[in-house]
Design a protein around this ligand. Structure first.
Ligand SMILES: [Zn+2]
Length: 185
């Protein structure tokens, strides 16, 4: 299998605004989807500032996203500080992070407590904004073998999951953010 890197689709491409389609466990095991997963992993691994990637971001309107293991390591008591110290290591360690695959994700539980924190998106380069999101979330999904799992997440990891699930509904963080800031690139 030739694994190539995929170009990231940018806003205002219409595929980012579509409701992405579900896959059956049998679909997940097809060579086409296995190839797409490998290509998405390769693409995310080569992206220094990305911790998640949803299929619509590579032009595929399917309910699939990846989250880097890195997002679990950002998120102590003060995760702003953690994010800064991790950024220094990010370039070097990027290729070593595992990627968790979520297919047909369904939110099962969500905390009442919300946290506001800056977010960005590979599909909206150079723009950041503060988004308020529930601190904790439990998600049920299929993994890349078509097996169902349920996983809880908190803090930064929970934020990334919610950001990626939004992508599958055609929602971008700029729709929810307060105080959007554009950085010159
Ligand atoms: Zn995004």
């Amino acid at each position: 299998m030739v694994v190539q890197h995929l170009p990231i689709v940018k806003e205002p491409n219409k595929v980012l605004r579509k409701i992405a389609g579900e896959l059956s466990p049998a679909d997940i095991r097809t060579p086409r989807i296995q190839k797409l997963l490998a290509e998405m992993k390769a693409t995310l691994a080569e992206t220094p500032d990305g911790v998640g990637l949803a299929a619509p971001q590579v032009g595929e309107s399917l309910r699939i996203f990846l989250v880097s293991e890195e997002s679990e390591h950002i998120g102590g008591e003060n995760y702003e500080r953690d994010a800064a110290s991790h950024k220094a290591l990010a370039e070097e360690e990027k290729k070593k992070w595992k990627h968790f695959v979520y297919i047909n994700p369904v939110i099962k539980k969500i905390s009442k407590n919300k946290v506001a924190y800056p977010e960005g998106c590979l599909s909206v380069p150079g723009t950041f904004g503060v988004v308020s999101r529930p601190e904790k979330i439990t998600v049920e999904a299929y993994n890349e073998s078509g097996k169902k799992f349920t996983r809880g997440a908190s803090r930064f990891f929970a934020r990334v999951l919610q950001h990626e699930i939004d992508h599958l509904a055609g929602v971008l963080f700029i729709d929810k953010a307060k105080k959007l800031i554009a950085h010159k690139q």
